[in-house]
Design a protein around this ligand. Structure first.
Ligand code: ATP
Length: 266
């Protein structure tokens, strides 16, 4: 189980931005501008049980990536708690990192290695023995439909194949929590569907899986829980049914728009 409580992250602004902001009318600034600081994530809380799929929604710049980077220990929170199966992620980031599988926009592969070599390299870095590595490689390649290109070099792959290989690399060590930042963005229909089926395969299992997306149909199809962030604040956290119940006809788009106000919908 993953629990996130009152997460905050503020970034120090560079001098040029501070100077420029001083010249602008206050009303034109992002509500999160705060002198020398930018409060990218102001107050984010949610939880996700084992076997649940949680969809993280929000307009561009809402704070989704910043929140996911904190969950995965890539960024230290300014404040707040992140707990995985009773253990404190913020207090023990290095120990906890091994227990989390994080796909970010910058997760990548060694170009000259094959997919299999890449994935197994990361498995060995996590201390997996060869028998476990073989077994898990097979299982993950099945789930992500990778076998047909498993022995191709990474630099010869399509964008969709690369993303599937990146996900394989992210989960090869059987993490306790899986965090995927916009896993289907920019992908063709078949690769996106393969990744959605992969996420779906975790439902009802032992691992909470969290992914951010701008695609409401993915949320409708896959998610048990929905969290919507706006201006770095949790606007909604609950089940998919509770989210849908906010609109008379259960239309996700209408609920999203009603919660984020007149902000441009991504
Ligand atoms: N290092 C940083 N310094 C200053 N501001 C930052 C920094 N990193 C992120 N931000 C700002 O924090 C806000 C939240 O960014 P974040 O990338 O988390 O949003 P997001 O919800 O993932 O957006 P998108 O849907 O566009 O990917 C943005 O306004 C961004 O410009």
């Amino acid at each position: 189980m993953l629990e996130v409580k009152n997460l905050k992250k503020r970034f120090r602004l560079d001098n040029k931005t501070i100077k420029e902001n001083k010249k602008k009318p206050k009303a034109s600034l992002d509500v999160r501008e705060d002198g020398h600081w930018f409060n990218a994530v102001q107050d984010v809380s949610f939880q996700c049980d084992s076997g649940e799929v949680l969809g993280l929604l929000g307009p561009n710049g809402a704070g989704k990536t910043t929140s996911l980077r904190m969950l995965s220990t890539a960024l230290q929170p300014t404040q707040g708690q992140i707990v995985i199966n009773g253990d404190d992620v913020v207090a023990e980031p290095l120990a906890m990192r091994k227990r989390i599988g994080f796909l970010s926009g910058t997760t990548s592969l060694y170009h000259r290695l094959t997919v299999r070599e890449n994935v197994q390299y990361f498995g060995r870095l996590h201390g997996m023995d060869e028998a476990a590595l073989e077994k898990e490689t097979q299982a993950v390649f099945d789930l992500l439909d990778i076998h047909s290109f498993a022995d191709k070099k990474a630099d010869s792959l399509s964008t969709g194949m690369k993303q599937r290989a990146n996900i394989a690399r992210t989960v090869i060590h059987k993490p306790e929590v899986i965090v995927l930042d916009e896993p289907t963005t920019g992908l063709d229909v078949i690769s996106a569907k393969t990744i959605m089926d992969f996420i779906d395969s975790y439902r009802g299992g032992k691992v909470p899986i969290i992914f951010s997306t701008h695609h409401l149909h993915e949320v409708e199809k896959l998610c048990d829980r929905v969290v919507l962030i706006n201006d770095g604040i949790t606007q909604f956290s609950g089940t998919l049914d509770e989210f849908k119940a906010q609109s008379p006809d259960g239309n996700l788009y209408d609920v999203f728009v009603s919660l984020v106000g007149d902000k441009e919908v991504a």
